[in-house]
Design a protein around this ligand. Structure first.
Ligand SMILES: [Zn+2]
Length: 146
């Protein structure tokens, strides 16, 4: 049985979470969604609270690579963000948060070969520090209830 506080790096990239971003609705300030569809090459922003629905062309290259997070097409603010000390803890969506939660809560962190491209390697220092573990976990709990 794997130890629950054991984290194995999946070498995910930040771009793995670009496709669906939780945002603050620009018209009603509630939780809305921005998505990128790599087949239709469109970005969409929609809100189930007020009915906002916008679509625009997305920059997607021939390898179906999504070049920027969905929220950036609409300059929309991230829903999942909270200030932490002089920094800001933020994530694009629930899956991104779950990945960081597993990393932050782990007391044993196993990394594969360093590539300098993974999202964990690119995280600012405060995410990695053991002394911040408890504070960051509190933020994650708050964001889950948001
Ligand atoms: Zn709305």
């Amino acid at each position: 049985m794997p130890n629950p506080s054991h984290f194995q790096d999946e070498n995910l990239l930040l771009s793995n979470f670009y496709q669906e971003v939780w945002i603050v609705c620009p018209s009603c300030s509630k939780k809305a969604m921005a998505t990128v569809n790599d087949e239709t090459k469109t970005a969409r922003m929609f809100c189930t609270h007020c009915g906002l629905n916008k679509e625009t062309a997305a920059a997607i290259d021939k390898n179906a690579t999504i070049e920027m997070p969905a929220n950036q097409y609409f300059q929309a603010e991230l829903w999942l963000q909270i200030p932490f000390k002089n920094e800001v803890f933020w994530v694009y969506n629930d899956k991104h948060m779950a990945y960081l939660e597993r990393y932050i809560s782990a007391t044993i962190r196993e990394h594969k070969d360093r590539t300098h491209f993974t999202l964990l390697e690119k995280l600012p220092k405060f995410y990695h520090e053991a002394k911040n573990r408890e504070g960051l976990m509190k933020i994650i709990v708050k964001l889950k209830c948001k």
